[in-house]
Design a protein around this ligand. Sequence first.
Ligand code: DP6
Length: 361
Amino acid sequence: MVSETDFIANHYCTEIENGNFQWSAPSNIALVKYWGKKNNQIPANPSISFTLDHCKTITKLAFTKKEATENFSFELLFEGQPKEDFKPKIQKFLERIEVYCPYLKSFHLTIDTENTFPHSSGIASSASGMAALSMNIMSLEKVLNPEMTDDFFFQKASFLARLGSGSACRSVKGSVVVWGNHAEIDGSSDLFGVAFPDKIHENFNNYQDTILLVDKGEKQVSSTVGHDLMHNHPFAEQRFAQAHQNLSEIKNVLENGNLEEFIKIVESEALTLHAMMMTSLPYFILMKPNTLEIINTIWKFRNETKIPVCFTLDAGANVHVLYPENVRERVLQFIAAELVGYCQNGHYICDAIGTEAIKIL
Ligand code: DP6
């Protein structure tokens, strides 16, 4: 079994003067949710997600050798402009991964990053952002240690991304990704995400995700605080057990294509996530009135038409509307006619299952 110490770089050469890379990494939407963690970003339960095709972060990393090696030295640009307020998060990330990437202090780094979705959309960029940065860091490590295998490259990239933001480890390799030990999923690990190992039913080919932007503001409670509130949560143990059970069930559904079952698991997971928030101490609510309007309208539409459209939520008010490609036209008409009015400024993003991180340069 792979352990944390396997990711400590100890064979590398830092005699390289400079270079640069560029990677794009997708955002992802969880079907079975990660909510609650142990020390060192170890998840309290396993999760599974679809990566997205359009919502991505594109990050460029330039490195130059420097003399002093006591401190990290980096610049952070967002869309080409210096962005001081993102720096503390990156500094913290570099400190967390230092033991695994001791070479980082030998270089001055310029990190230039941009998202394909608007920064103020309420779509978290931490998953795609931490994944894109980790890919670049692994490209640097690969230059210093050309012997590295591809498997190790992606495993360690996901391992590093997890230390930046848990869900980021699901934005590295594969388009349906499992993170967290699960008895029935070969190769699954708490340390990194793995591509779902079994054949996925064609019903899920190019599965659609239309993201309804209900509230683009800053959340009142961050995911990190929310995870923390699962410690001593009265329903924590039942919830973690339920996630294992739901992952077993969704594994079968992904193989047999049963959309009715898919809908039950996915919607129950979304509502359970928010139920955990509402029953923690302190309790909080991230859904908005329009989130509930949308859910009720989707349920009514599904009842009337029997079209297998469902919703999921992440830690915010926005709604992800999930449906198969063969009902796309009909669902987009429904969204335009009945749901757009609940979106802030009528904004929504049409996306679909995507691919893993991609090297651009
Ligand atoms: C509700 O990965 O953002 O989206 O590890 O503290 O950075 P940190 O949390 P984060 O949590 C995501 C929670 C979620 C569910 C999920 O994506 O599985």
